[in-house]
Design a protein. Structure first.
Length: 108
């Protein structure tokens, strides 16, 4: 299991086009799926994408040039540290949720 937790000191969070000033993100990846939890200024949101069983609609798109991921088109996370971004993408490939050379994963 891989877990990455970062605050707005290490990342920029954009929810529905607005930048979150005080929040954090936790992303957990294992062989059964991906869990994304975003704590925003006064609210929170989370998605559980699973390969089997009940799953939330979760789509993650990776942008290698900007070290950014987009979650379900309306939430963006920009990593200040390229290593964090690379680890996240690498673990997504390692746990076989995305193939090498692809830039997105979709759970339905």
């Amino acid at each position: 299991m891989f877990q990455l937790k970062r605050t707005t000191k290490n990342i920029d969070i954009y929810a529905s086009g607005r930048q979150v000033s005080n929040g954090w993100v936790s992303i957990t990846i294992d062989k059964s799926g991906i869990i994304v939890y975003i704590s925003k200024d006064k609210t929170r949101a989370y998605w559980i994408g699973r390969t089997e069983g009940q799953s939330a609609k979760l789509a993650i798109k990776f942008d290698d040039n900007q070290h950014k991921i987009t979650i379900n088109k309306s939430n963006r996370i920009v990593f200040h540290n390229a290593n964090d971004y690379s680890k996240l993408k690498g673990k997504t490939i390692y746990y076989k949720h995305m193939k090498e050379g692809e830039n997105g994963v979709v759970f339905s």
